[in-house]
Design a protein. Structure first.
Length: 176
């Protein structure tokens, strides 16, 4: 939900009431100008605490932190972590408000990134399901190539070591 800075708190509540049913969240209200550029932000708490005839421009916070449409999702999650946001505005190249990211969206991204990192460390191909919710059989299926490769290479290493066993007994430093 976005409002203009010239309106009163009472008018803001009326606008919020009109748009609330279609909005994902109403905790944070963004103040925009006629071109939808962000001018400030005001919380529902600030609106409740303000006088009904007070102008939005008098109570809004003009220090707005935002992300752009091309900002990487990991950077957006870092902003949420750093500033403890519930909502972050997203602007386009012309600095117009185009949407928001909420904390539940960020949790989905963090889970997805965590799963991707675990799969890379475990040398398995990516899956649609989170790593910890995937069965052991599915993980084994994804790792079968590496398991077979390591089994064969360990067998070859064992054969080489058994061939030189007499030398290893005579000079133990050769084992390294």
């Amino acid at each position: 939900i976005d409002i203009k800075q010239e309106i009163s708190v009472d008018q803001a509540f009326k606008k919020i009431k009109q748009k609330a049913a279609d909005s994902e969240t109403i905790d944070t209200i963004f103040v925009t100008d006629s071109k939808r550029k962000i001018q400030g932000v005001v919380s529902i708490r600030d609106l409740i605490m303000a006088d009904r005839d007070e102008k939005i421009s008098e109570i809004m916070n003009t220090n707005v932190i935002f992300a752009c449409t091309h900002t990487d999702q990991e950077e957006v999650s870092r902003l949420f972590d750093k500033y403890d946001f519930q909502t972050l505005p997203i602007i386009d190249n012309e600095e117009r408000l185009v949407g928001i990211v909420t904390v539940d969206d960020v949790l989905d991204v963090v889970t997805q990134e965590f799963t991707e990192d675990l799969e890379k460390m475990a040398a398995i191909s990516p899956t649609e399901d989170p790593y910890l919710k995937t069965s052991a059989f599915t993980h084994a299926k994804k790792r079968i190539f590496w398991l077979l490769f390591l089994t064969i290479s360990a067998s070859i290493t064992g054969a080489i070591m058994s061939f030189f066993e007499a030398a290893f007994v005579a000079i133990p430093a050769l084992v390294t």
